[in-house]
Write a protein that binds this ligand. Structure first.
Ligand SMILES: NC(=O)c1ccc[n+]([C@@H]2O[C@H](COP(=O)([O-])OP(=O)(O)OC[C@H]3O[C@@H](n4cnc5c(N)ncnc54)[C@H](O)[C@@H]3O)[C@@H](O)[C@H]2O)c1
Length: 362
Protein backbone atom coordinates (compact mmCIF):
# COMPACT_ATOMS: atom_id res chain seq x y z
CA UNK A 1 0.00 0.00 0.00
CA UNK A 2 1.15 3.52 -0.71
CA UNK A 3 -0.64 6.35 0.98
CA UNK A 4 0.24 9.97 1.57
CA UNK A 5 -1.32 12.02 4.35
CA UNK A 6 -0.51 15.72 4.18
CA UNK A 7 -0.12 17.90 7.22
CA UNK A 8 -0.82 21.49 6.31
CA UNK A 9 0.47 23.86 8.95
CA UNK A 10 0.69 27.63 8.69
CA UNK A 11 4.45 27.73 8.21
CA UNK A 12 5.16 24.18 7.31
CA UNK A 13 3.60 21.54 5.14
CA UNK A 14 4.83 17.99 5.15
CA UNK A 15 3.78 14.50 4.24
CA UNK A 16 3.38 11.27 6.09
CA UNK A 17 4.27 8.61 3.55
CA UNK A 18 3.02 5.09 4.22
CA UNK A 19 4.84 2.66 1.98
CA UNK A 20 6.97 -0.47 2.20
CA UNK A 21 8.86 0.45 -0.95
CA UNK A 22 12.27 2.07 -0.64
CA UNK A 23 11.80 3.79 -3.97
CA UNK A 24 8.72 5.65 -2.72
CA UNK A 25 10.72 6.90 0.23
CA UNK A 26 13.72 7.91 -1.87
CA UNK A 27 11.56 9.89 -4.28
CA UNK A 28 9.85 11.74 -1.43
CA UNK A 29 13.11 12.29 0.44
CA UNK A 30 15.00 13.71 -2.53
CA UNK A 31 12.24 16.28 -2.96
CA UNK A 32 12.86 17.73 0.47
CA UNK A 33 16.61 17.17 0.92
CA UNK A 34 18.84 19.02 -1.48
CA UNK A 35 22.29 18.28 -0.04
CA UNK A 36 23.93 14.90 0.45
CA UNK A 37 24.92 15.26 4.10
CA UNK A 38 22.83 13.07 6.43
CA UNK A 39 23.03 12.34 10.14
CA UNK A 40 21.19 9.17 11.14
CA UNK A 41 20.34 8.83 14.83
CA UNK A 42 19.23 5.47 16.15
CA UNK A 43 19.43 3.27 19.25
CA UNK A 44 21.48 0.16 19.90
CA UNK A 45 18.66 -2.29 19.19
CA UNK A 46 17.50 -0.67 15.95
CA UNK A 47 21.14 -0.25 14.91
CA UNK A 48 21.66 -4.02 14.93
CA UNK A 49 18.44 -4.67 13.04
CA UNK A 50 18.27 -1.97 10.41
CA UNK A 51 21.07 0.63 10.36
CA UNK A 52 23.43 -1.08 7.90
CA UNK A 53 20.72 -1.85 5.36
CA UNK A 54 19.25 1.63 5.61
CA UNK A 55 22.65 3.36 5.34
CA UNK A 56 23.49 1.21 2.29
CA UNK A 57 20.22 2.24 0.64
CA UNK A 58 21.09 5.92 1.03
CA UNK A 59 24.76 5.49 0.12
CA UNK A 60 23.75 3.86 -3.14
CA UNK A 61 21.98 7.14 -3.88
CA UNK A 62 25.23 9.04 -3.25
CA UNK A 63 24.24 10.41 0.14
CA UNK A 64 27.03 10.92 2.62
CA UNK A 65 26.05 9.14 5.84
CA UNK A 66 27.17 9.84 9.38
CA UNK A 67 25.57 8.00 12.26
CA UNK A 68 25.09 8.31 16.00
CA UNK A 69 23.86 5.47 18.19
CA UNK A 70 22.49 5.98 21.70
CA UNK A 71 21.35 3.42 24.29
CA UNK A 72 17.88 1.91 23.77
CA UNK A 73 14.96 2.79 26.01
CA UNK A 74 13.69 5.83 27.89
CA UNK A 75 17.12 6.54 29.44
CA UNK A 76 18.27 7.41 25.91
CA UNK A 77 16.31 10.70 26.04
CA UNK A 78 18.87 12.37 28.32
CA UNK A 79 20.85 15.59 28.40
CA UNK A 80 24.02 13.48 28.25
CA UNK A 81 22.93 11.84 25.01
CA UNK A 82 21.81 15.15 23.54
CA UNK A 83 25.26 16.52 24.25
CA UNK A 84 26.75 13.38 22.65
CA UNK A 85 24.68 14.08 19.51
CA UNK A 86 25.91 17.70 19.30
CA UNK A 87 29.54 16.54 19.63
CA UNK A 88 29.15 13.69 17.18
CA UNK A 89 27.46 15.98 14.64
CA UNK A 90 30.25 18.57 14.93
CA UNK A 91 32.95 15.92 14.56
CA UNK A 92 31.10 14.58 11.50
CA UNK A 93 30.90 18.04 9.86
CA UNK A 94 27.12 18.09 9.99
CA UNK A 95 26.14 21.60 8.90
CA UNK A 96 23.04 23.78 8.62
CA UNK A 97 22.08 22.19 5.29
CA UNK A 98 22.38 18.62 6.56
CA UNK A 99 19.38 16.51 7.45
CA UNK A 100 18.99 14.51 10.65
CA UNK A 101 17.13 11.22 10.37
CA UNK A 102 15.38 9.72 13.39
CA UNK A 103 15.41 5.94 12.82
CA UNK A 104 13.70 4.32 15.78
CA UNK A 105 10.87 4.54 18.26
CA UNK A 106 9.48 7.53 20.13
CA UNK A 107 12.64 7.97 22.16
CA UNK A 108 14.78 8.42 19.07
CA UNK A 109 12.14 10.61 17.41
CA UNK A 110 11.90 12.90 20.45
CA UNK A 111 15.63 13.38 21.05
CA UNK A 112 16.52 13.65 17.36
CA UNK A 113 13.78 16.24 16.86
CA UNK A 114 15.08 18.24 19.81
CA UNK A 115 18.64 17.93 18.51
CA UNK A 116 17.57 19.03 15.00
CA UNK A 117 15.60 21.99 16.38
CA UNK A 118 18.59 23.31 18.30
CA UNK A 119 21.73 22.24 16.41
CA UNK A 120 23.05 25.34 14.63
CA UNK A 121 19.65 26.98 15.32
CA UNK A 122 17.78 24.30 13.47
CA UNK A 123 18.42 21.80 10.69
CA UNK A 124 16.02 19.66 8.67
CA UNK A 125 14.93 16.37 10.10
CA UNK A 126 12.77 13.46 9.09
CA UNK A 127 11.10 10.74 11.11
CA UNK A 128 11.35 7.05 10.27
CA UNK A 129 9.38 5.47 13.11
CA UNK A 130 10.05 1.80 13.84
CA UNK A 131 7.58 1.14 16.70
CA UNK A 132 3.79 1.06 16.51
CA UNK A 133 3.58 3.92 19.01
CA UNK A 134 5.94 6.07 16.98
CA UNK A 135 4.12 5.25 13.71
CA UNK A 136 0.73 6.22 15.07
CA UNK A 137 1.57 8.95 17.51
CA UNK A 138 4.99 10.33 18.42
CA UNK A 139 6.45 10.84 14.92
CA UNK A 140 3.56 13.11 13.96
CA UNK A 141 2.94 16.59 15.26
CA UNK A 142 6.36 18.01 16.05
CA UNK A 143 6.53 17.53 19.80
CA UNK A 144 10.19 16.94 20.65
CA UNK A 145 11.73 16.56 24.08
CA UNK A 146 14.33 15.16 26.37
CA UNK A 147 14.05 14.15 30.02
CA UNK A 148 15.98 15.85 32.81
CA UNK A 149 16.93 14.20 36.12
CA UNK A 150 13.78 15.83 37.58
CA UNK A 151 11.23 14.64 35.12
CA UNK A 152 10.02 13.44 31.76
CA UNK A 153 9.89 15.70 28.69
CA UNK A 154 11.00 18.67 30.78
CA UNK A 155 13.01 20.29 27.98
CA UNK A 156 11.27 20.34 24.64
CA UNK A 157 10.20 22.35 21.67
CA UNK A 158 7.67 22.08 18.87
CA UNK A 159 9.66 21.36 15.72
CA UNK A 160 8.09 19.68 12.72
CA UNK A 161 9.82 17.06 10.60
CA UNK A 162 10.04 17.55 6.83
CA UNK A 163 8.79 14.02 6.16
CA UNK A 164 7.54 11.00 8.08
CA UNK A 165 8.12 7.63 6.40
CA UNK A 166 6.08 4.80 7.84
CA UNK A 167 7.13 1.35 6.69
CA UNK A 168 5.17 -1.34 8.54
CA UNK A 169 7.87 -3.91 7.67
CA UNK A 170 9.78 -2.58 10.70
CA UNK A 171 7.04 -3.98 12.95
CA UNK A 172 7.98 -7.58 12.09
CA UNK A 173 10.79 -7.44 14.67
CA UNK A 174 8.96 -5.42 17.32
CA UNK A 175 8.32 -7.40 20.54
CA UNK A 176 4.64 -8.08 21.33
CA UNK A 177 4.68 -5.88 24.43
CA UNK A 178 5.65 -2.88 22.32
CA UNK A 179 2.92 -3.68 19.78
CA UNK A 180 0.49 -3.60 22.70
CA UNK A 181 2.01 -0.35 23.88
CA UNK A 182 1.07 1.24 20.56
CA UNK A 183 -2.35 -0.41 20.52
CA UNK A 184 -3.40 1.55 23.56
CA UNK A 185 -3.03 4.91 21.77
CA UNK A 186 -4.83 3.46 18.75
CA UNK A 187 -7.78 2.49 20.97
CA UNK A 188 -7.66 6.05 22.30
CA UNK A 189 -8.13 7.42 18.77
CA UNK A 190 -11.18 5.18 18.32
CA UNK A 191 -12.74 6.21 21.63
CA UNK A 192 -12.05 9.90 21.05
CA UNK A 193 -12.86 10.19 17.35
CA UNK A 194 -14.73 7.43 15.66
CA UNK A 195 -17.21 4.65 16.43
CA UNK A 196 -16.63 3.01 13.05
CA UNK A 197 -12.93 2.72 13.83
CA UNK A 198 -13.84 1.34 17.27
CA UNK A 199 -15.93 -1.36 15.60
CA UNK A 200 -13.14 -2.10 13.13
CA UNK A 201 -10.68 -2.59 16.00
CA UNK A 202 -13.12 -4.86 17.82
CA UNK A 203 -13.38 -7.11 14.79
CA UNK A 204 -9.61 -7.03 14.14
CA UNK A 205 -8.70 -8.06 17.69
CA UNK A 206 -8.09 -11.79 17.96
CA UNK A 207 -6.83 -13.12 21.30
CA UNK A 208 -5.66 -9.67 22.28
CA UNK A 209 -3.61 -9.31 19.11
CA UNK A 210 -4.05 -7.25 15.98
CA UNK A 211 -2.70 -9.24 13.07
CA UNK A 212 -0.27 -7.60 10.70
CA UNK A 213 -2.66 -7.47 7.71
CA UNK A 214 -4.65 -4.85 9.61
CA UNK A 215 -1.66 -2.63 10.31
CA UNK A 216 -1.81 -0.51 7.15
CA UNK A 217 -5.41 0.54 7.73
CA UNK A 218 -5.08 1.03 11.47
CA UNK A 219 -1.92 3.09 11.16
CA UNK A 220 -3.19 5.28 8.34
CA UNK A 221 -6.45 5.96 10.23
CA UNK A 222 -4.52 6.83 13.39
CA UNK A 223 -2.20 9.17 11.48
CA UNK A 224 -5.20 10.90 9.89
CA UNK A 225 -6.84 11.62 13.26
CA UNK A 226 -3.62 12.98 14.68
CA UNK A 227 -2.81 15.00 11.54
CA UNK A 228 -6.22 16.70 11.61
CA UNK A 229 -5.81 17.76 15.22
CA UNK A 230 -2.25 18.97 14.72
CA UNK A 231 -3.33 21.04 11.73
CA UNK A 232 -5.97 22.80 13.80
CA UNK A 233 -3.96 23.20 17.00
CA UNK A 234 -0.26 22.75 16.28
CA UNK A 235 1.02 23.94 19.65
CA UNK A 236 -1.78 22.78 21.95
CA UNK A 237 -2.94 26.36 22.44
CA UNK A 238 -6.66 25.73 22.15
CA UNK A 239 -8.41 22.84 23.83
CA UNK A 240 -8.45 20.80 20.68
CA UNK A 241 -5.09 19.04 20.81
CA UNK A 242 -5.69 18.38 24.51
CA UNK A 243 -8.35 15.79 23.64
CA UNK A 244 -5.49 13.53 22.60
CA UNK A 245 -4.70 13.37 26.30
CA UNK A 246 -7.72 11.16 27.02
CA UNK A 247 -6.63 8.81 29.82
CA UNK A 248 -3.29 10.55 30.21
CA UNK A 249 -3.81 12.49 33.46
CA UNK A 250 -4.26 9.27 35.39
CA UNK A 251 -1.58 7.53 33.30
CA UNK A 252 1.02 10.18 34.17
CA UNK A 253 0.21 9.82 37.88
CA UNK A 254 0.57 6.05 37.60
CA UNK A 255 3.87 6.31 35.72
CA UNK A 256 5.24 8.83 38.24
CA UNK A 257 4.10 6.79 41.26
CA UNK A 258 5.79 3.69 39.86
CA UNK A 259 8.90 5.64 38.75
CA UNK A 260 8.38 4.72 35.08
CA UNK A 261 9.52 1.17 35.89
CA UNK A 262 6.36 -0.89 36.19
CA UNK A 263 4.23 0.18 33.22
CA UNK A 264 4.96 1.04 29.62
CA UNK A 265 3.26 4.31 28.70
CA UNK A 266 0.56 2.53 26.67
CA UNK A 267 -0.22 0.18 29.55
CA UNK A 268 -0.64 3.16 31.87
CA UNK A 269 -2.82 4.93 29.28
CA UNK A 270 -5.06 1.86 29.00
CA UNK A 271 -5.78 2.01 32.75
CA UNK A 272 -6.05 5.81 32.50
CA UNK A 273 -8.72 5.52 29.81
CA UNK A 274 -10.76 3.23 32.00
CA UNK A 275 -10.42 5.72 34.87
CA UNK A 276 -11.52 8.57 32.58
CA UNK A 277 -14.53 6.47 31.53
CA UNK A 278 -15.38 5.74 35.16
CA UNK A 279 -15.13 9.45 36.02
CA UNK A 280 -17.34 10.26 33.03
CA UNK A 281 -19.89 7.74 34.23
CA UNK A 282 -19.90 9.19 37.77
CA UNK A 283 -20.34 12.69 36.32
CA UNK A 284 -23.03 11.36 34.00
CA UNK A 285 -21.37 12.69 30.85
CA UNK A 286 -21.68 9.15 29.46
CA UNK A 287 -23.99 6.22 29.88
CA UNK A 288 -23.13 2.85 31.42
CA UNK A 289 -23.07 1.39 27.89
CA UNK A 290 -20.17 3.65 26.83
CA UNK A 291 -18.22 2.82 29.97
CA UNK A 292 -18.69 -0.88 29.26
CA UNK A 293 -17.67 -0.47 25.62
CA UNK A 294 -14.41 1.20 26.65
CA UNK A 295 -13.77 -1.45 29.26
CA UNK A 296 -14.49 -4.31 26.89
CA UNK A 297 -12.10 -3.19 24.12
CA UNK A 298 -9.35 -2.78 26.73
CA UNK A 299 -10.10 -6.22 28.15
CA UNK A 300 -10.18 -7.74 24.66
CA UNK A 301 -6.70 -6.26 24.14
CA UNK A 302 -5.58 -8.08 27.31
CA UNK A 303 -4.53 -4.98 29.19
CA UNK A 304 -4.13 -5.44 32.91
CA UNK A 305 -6.73 -3.02 34.26
CA UNK A 306 -6.54 -3.91 37.90
CA UNK A 307 -4.31 -1.55 39.77
CA UNK A 308 -4.10 -0.69 43.47
CA UNK A 309 -2.91 2.73 44.55
CA UNK A 310 -3.18 5.41 47.18
CA UNK A 311 -6.02 7.71 46.08
CA UNK A 312 -4.80 10.75 48.06
CA UNK A 313 -1.30 10.44 46.59
CA UNK A 314 -2.74 10.08 43.06
CA UNK A 315 -4.90 13.18 43.46
CA UNK A 316 -1.86 15.21 44.42
CA UNK A 317 0.16 13.77 41.50
CA UNK A 318 -2.66 14.62 39.11
CA UNK A 319 -2.81 18.18 40.41
CA UNK A 320 0.89 18.57 39.66
CA UNK A 321 0.34 17.43 36.09
CA UNK A 322 1.07 20.21 33.62
CA UNK A 323 -2.50 20.18 32.38
CA UNK A 324 -3.85 21.28 35.76
CA UNK A 325 -4.70 25.00 36.11
CA UNK A 326 -5.00 26.76 39.47
CA UNK A 327 -5.19 23.40 41.19
CA UNK A 328 -8.27 22.31 39.25
CA UNK A 329 -7.73 19.24 37.18
CA UNK A 330 -8.93 19.37 33.64
CA UNK A 331 -10.01 16.02 32.29
CA UNK A 332 -10.95 14.73 28.91
CA UNK A 333 -14.27 12.99 29.53
CA UNK A 334 -16.23 10.74 27.22
CA UNK A 335 -19.82 11.31 26.14
CA UNK A 336 -20.02 8.38 23.76
CA UNK A 337 -17.59 6.43 21.59
CA UNK A 338 -16.24 9.07 19.19
CA UNK A 339 -17.23 12.02 21.36
CA UNK A 340 -15.25 13.66 24.18
CA UNK A 341 -15.32 16.93 26.11
CA UNK A 342 -12.78 18.86 28.18
CA UNK A 343 -13.99 19.65 31.66
CA UNK A 344 -12.65 20.80 35.03
CA UNK A 345 -13.54 18.36 37.77
CA UNK A 346 -13.67 19.17 41.47
CA UNK A 347 -11.09 17.50 43.69
CA UNK A 348 -13.61 15.77 45.97
CA UNK A 349 -15.26 14.05 43.01
CA UNK A 350 -11.90 12.95 41.58
CA UNK A 351 -10.84 11.62 44.97
CA UNK A 352 -14.08 9.73 45.40
CA UNK A 353 -13.72 8.04 41.98
CA UNK A 354 -10.04 7.31 42.61
CA UNK A 355 -11.01 5.51 45.83
CA UNK A 356 -13.65 3.44 44.05
CA UNK A 357 -11.31 2.72 41.15
CA UNK A 358 -8.31 1.52 43.17
CA UNK A 359 -8.17 -2.25 43.09
CA UNK A 360 -11.76 -2.50 41.87
CA UNK A 361 -11.43 -2.88 38.13
CA UNK A 362 -11.06 -6.64 37.75
N1 LIG B 1 6.52 13.39 20.60
C1 LIG B 1 5.33 12.90 20.87
O1 LIG B 1 4.31 13.44 20.43
C2 LIG B 1 5.23 11.67 21.71
C3 LIG B 1 4.01 11.00 21.83
C4 LIG B 1 3.97 9.81 22.56
C5 LIG B 1 5.13 9.32 23.14
N2 LIG B 1 6.30 10.00 23.00
C6 LIG B 1 7.54 9.48 23.58
O2 LIG B 1 7.86 8.26 22.93
C7 LIG B 1 8.67 7.48 23.78
C8 LIG B 1 8.20 6.04 23.73
O3 LIG B 1 8.31 5.59 22.41
P1 LIG B 1 8.37 4.03 22.07
O4 LIG B 1 7.28 3.34 22.78
O5 LIG B 1 8.49 3.89 20.61
O6 LIG B 1 9.69 3.57 22.84
P2 LIG B 1 11.18 3.33 22.37
O7 LIG B 1 11.62 4.32 21.39
O8 LIG B 1 11.96 3.20 23.63
O9 LIG B 1 11.10 1.90 21.67
C9 LIG B 1 10.73 0.78 22.42
C10 LIG B 1 11.77 -0.34 22.31
O10 LIG B 1 11.65 -0.95 21.04
C11 LIG B 1 12.91 -1.04 20.39
N3 LIG B 1 12.63 -1.00 18.97
C12 LIG B 1 12.31 0.08 18.23
N4 LIG B 1 11.97 -0.30 16.98
C13 LIG B 1 12.09 -1.64 16.93
C14 LIG B 1 11.87 -2.62 15.92
N5 LIG B 1 11.38 -2.29 14.73
N6 LIG B 1 12.11 -3.91 16.22
C15 LIG B 1 12.55 -4.26 17.47
N7 LIG B 1 12.77 -3.40 18.46
C16 LIG B 1 12.53 -2.10 18.19
C17 LIG B 1 13.69 0.11 20.96
O11 LIG B 1 15.07 -0.11 20.85
C18 LIG B 1 13.21 0.14 22.41
O12 LIG B 1 13.93 -0.80 23.16
C19 LIG B 1 8.56 8.10 25.16
O13 LIG B 1 9.77 8.75 25.47
C20 LIG B 1 7.44 9.11 25.03
O14 LIG B 1 7.62 10.24 25.86
C21 LIG B 1 6.36 11.15 22.30
Amino acid sequence: MKKIISINLKNNKYNILLSQLDKDFLTAFKKIQKTTSLFIVTDKIVEKLYLQKFSDLLEQQDFNIKTAVIPAGESGKSIKNLSFLYNKALESSINRKSCAIALGGGVIGDITGFFAATYMRGINFIQIPTTLLAMTDSSIGGKTAINTPNGKNIAGVFYQPKLVWINTAFLSSLPAKHIKNGLSEIIKYAVVFDRKFYNYLLSALKNGIISSENFDYIISQSCSYKAKIVEKDEKEITELRAILNFGHTFAHALETATKYKKFLHGEAVAIGMLFAAKLSLELKTCKEKTYKEIKSILQLSHFNLNVKFNAVQFLSLMKKDKKSVDGNIKFVLTKDIGEVINSYVKDDIVLDVLKKFSGATK
